[in-house]
Design a protein around this ligand. Structure first.
Ligand SMILES: Nc1ncnc2c1ncn2[C@@H]1O[C@H](COP(=O)(O)OP(=O)(O)OP(=O)(O)O)[C@@H](O)[C@H]1O
Ligand SMILES: [Mg+2]
Length: 243
């Protein structure tokens, strides 16, 4: 079997904010169509790593290659969907207007934008609320609009920073089924999470702490490495054992 093509390749990434070493030599390779989960405590560097993959921060050292292009590269942005940890939406616009705006930013013409917006809203189960002004939505609903904005242009690489925080369990399970389908169709997904049942759904996991990659592997591999049965315990054991 031939090796899957590489979607993301990160080598020796460092980034300091003053005296804080947010990334301290992270390397990572993610294959096309993989769902790769980033786990790690608050402040571990997950968001900083994800932002570096969109070119939103300038790293100090190291290289980032996304879909065969070395960053910085504006052209590759069209292939990336990014859902930030805190939704960045226009509160005074409707749900539909927000998603359509992102479609337009990515260069979709009006008919394509209208179609893709409808599909994205269907994906996050918000079609009935499409005419609601974002400011009037619940927190979980805003999170879902943000997800729709990230995937409206059907990106080849989806970067999701804690996408299901505040989303109810039923829809969370449904979204994960849809992520799995997307990955089966070739979309690469990198997702950060603190939720262990979500982590179990990732093909591979990277455990980040102090800006370093402490351990990597499937859930089964990490549990075996830590000598425990539950992923949550593996996470605790591996975090403690490698300061
Ligand atoms: N723009 C910034 N300016 C200063 N410090 C920053 C900035 N962005 C991140 N940091 C610091 O870098 C470290 C890593 O932060 P990051 O947001 O990447 O963590 P995280 O793993 O995403 O955490 P969480 O689980 O809480 O989202 C933290 O100490 C944070 O305070
Ligand atoms: Mg974060």
């Amino acid at each position: 079997m031939s090796a899957p093509s590489v979607a993301v390749s990160v080598e020796g990434l460092t980034k300091a904010f003053g005296s804080i070493r947010a990334l301290d030599g992270v390397s990572l390779t993610v294959g096309a169509g993989e769902i790769y989960g980033l786990l790690g405590p608050n402040g571990a560097g997950k968001t900083t790593l994800i932002r570096s993959l969109v070119g939103l921060i300038t790293v100090d050292t190291g290289t980032v290659t996304v879909l065969g292009r070395r960053l910085p590269d504006r052209a590759v942005l069209a292939e990336i969907g990014y859902m930030p940890q805190s939704p960045a939406l226009y509160a005074d616009l409707t749900v539909e207007e927000n998603v359509r705006f992102f479609a337009a930013v990515h260069g979709l013409d009006r008919p394509a934008a209208a179609r893709s917006t409808a599909d994205a809203l269907e994906f996050v189960d918000l079609s009935p609320r499409r005419r609601s002004v974002v400011a009037t939505l619940s927190g979980g609903m805003r999170q879902r609009v943000s997800l729709a904005c990230a995937l409206v242009h059907r990106p080849r690489l989806l970067l999701l920073d804690e996408p299901t925080v505040g989303v109810d369990p039923q829809l969370r399970a449904e979204l994960w089924r849809r992520f799995t389908t997307m990955s089966g169709e070739g979309t690469t997904i990198i997702v950060s999470s603190h939720v262990m049942d979500e982590a179990e759904r990732c093909g591979r996991l990277g455990l980040v702490r102090f800006g370093r990659m402490l351990a990597e592997g499937t859930s089964a591999e990490l549990r075996r490495l830590a000598g425990v049965e539950r992923l949550e315990d593996a996470f605790l054991v591996l975090s403690e054992s490698r300061p």
